[in-house]
Design a protein around this ligand. Structure first.
Ligand code: FCB
Length: 456
């Protein structure tokens, strides 16, 4: 890096989520989540696996915090399992579930690692799904109650809170594309779920603010995937704009301005769900946030194809086709486009009021070999991380207020519908023995942190 734009207090972190790493699904009073149901439904997970054990982090969290110390990170983004804290979804609090996160946070704080918590990383308690899940108008109240329960029981240890992780996935992969729990394939349901998630986000911010401590930061994490036209053809630009509307604009407008773009309102009518989406309620619920988390992996390039149906997770985007990218690709089949990260951060900074940003997830899956003599060489992942950190540096040089960066992921883990087939970790996990091995990329990240913070 030619000049180092990262301030000393910048957060260099790693990220995980509860369902993907914890395991211990029926311990200490946890109730099932929609992802337990989904993983145990035949045909939903590529390798037929489940996350009953995952990386056994619930029992190995001290070792995992030890790995973070070795890497030299100063922040850790994780998510809290709603069904550990409130096994009935609402009401009764489960002290044993709370105790796990207290132990984790105490271990982090003793290691000078700042805990950054996400309340909802897609694992809705199944009992609430049985009452309608995110399609129920009550969901905003359930979520606000959970947010208060988490804040009251953990707020002395955690000062940075994100409400939702990637609501686009929860809404549209979960309710329109059927790829994620709860597995619905209904275009309109995606919009209803997105709406209730946005109400839930605002209500949770409002409720947590009432229990605010000095210096708390409250925000939300969006996966802003750039939708770029595949060519200069204006028809491709129009198709890309529709994908962008569902992927990005819907959530940015709802979060910042308490409204939806006109096209989205039109789609509410077209899919027959306008009566379930109260626009005034969204405007009234709107709360300012203290930070926005941005997850970035790749760019979608979009082509106009006459007559093509809208792709499943972008209902409304008729005649838009996501182009299959050309190599080199990550194991997810995603192209490596670091300039999309600079572009995305600048976009948020340009189109919305000034606000601290965090890159809450960035990383790559590659098919790593097994460890040899205790090491794993993963040069592709190093190149991916290095080029994206440089793209982030460029955004900062251009004036964007980015305060932290979190690698996805600390550990190889359960990658949702792809099961254990995708390895995103900078630490390798042997899923048979649970042995952890820091990959070359982990050592590279450690050295990078030491270099830019002047500790190297
Ligand atoms: C994001 C998710 C995260 C992980 C990465 C690869 O969409 O937030 O849980 O699955 O993708």
């Amino acid at each position: 890096m030619t000049d180092n734009p990262f301030p000393k207090e910048f957060w260099w972190g790693v990220a995980t989520s509860a369902f993907q790493i914890e395991g211990a699904v029926d311990e200490d009073g946890r109730s099932p989540s929609i992802w337990d149901t989904f993983t145990h439904t035949p045909g939903k997970i590529r390798d037929g696996s489940d996350a009953d054990v995952a990386t056994d982090h619930y029992h190995r969290f001290r070792e995992d915090v030890g790995l973070m110390r070795e890497l030299g990170v100063n922040a850790y983004r994780f998510s809290i399992s709603w069904s550990r804290i409130l096994p009935d979804g609402t009401g009764r609090r489960n002290p044993d579930g709370v105790a796990f996160y207290r132990r984790l946070c105490e271990e982090l704080l003793a290691s000078n690692i700042t805990p950054v918590a996400t309340l909802y990383h897609w694992d809705l308690p199944q009992v609430l799904q049985d009452r309608g899940g995110w399609l129920s108008p009550d969901s905003r109240h359930w979520f606000a109650e959970y947010a208060v329960a988490a804040k009251e029981t953990l707020g002395d240890l955690i000062g940075v809170w994100a409400t939702l992780n990637e609501p686009w996935c929860a809404a549209f992969l979960g309710h329109s594309a059927g790829e994620h729990a709860p597995g619905l394939t209904d275009p309109g349901a995606g919009f209803v779920a997105a709406h209730n998630l946005m109400l839930a986000h605002h209500d949770a911010i409002a409720a947590m603010r009432e229990h605010r401590s000095d210096g708390d930061q409250l925000g939300v994490v969006l996966n802003l995937i750039p939708a770029w036209p595949a060519s200069d053809d204006p028809a491709d630009a129009a198709a890309a704009a529709k994908v962008d509307m569902v992927q990005n604009k819907l959530f940015l407008e709802a979060v910042f301005n308490g409204r939806y773009p006109d096209e989205v309102v039109e789609w509410h009518r077209r899919f027959g769900v306008a009566d379930q989406i109260d626009l005034e309620a969204l405007a009234a619920a709107r709360q300012p946030i203290d930070f926005l988390g941005v997850n970035y992996y790749n760019v979608n390039r979009v082509r106009h194809v006459p007559g093509a149906p809208a792709p499943g997770p972008w209902p409304g985007a008729d005649e838009a086709v996501i182009v299959v990218p050309e190599g080199p690709l990550t194991d997810m089949g995603w192209a490596v486009d670091p300039e999309g990260l600079t572009w995305t951060l600048k976009r948020v900074a340009t189109e919305y009021p000034p606000l601290p940003l965090y890159v809450c997830e960035n990383g790559a899956a590659y098919p790593d070999a097994d460890p040899v003599d205790g090491t794993i060489e993963d040069p592709d992942r190093i190149r991916y991380l290095e080029s994206h950190i440089e793209a982030l540096a460029e955004a900062i040089r251009q004036g964007v207020d980015v305060r932290g960066y979190f690698v996805w992921s600390l550990l190889d883990n359960f990658e949702w519908a792809k099961g254990y087939t995708m390895r995103f970790g900078i630490v390798h996990v042997d899923f048979n023995t649970q042995k952890r091995t820091i990959k070359a990329s982990g050592r590279w990240y450690r050295d990078h942190i030491a270099r830019v913070t002047g500790d190297g």
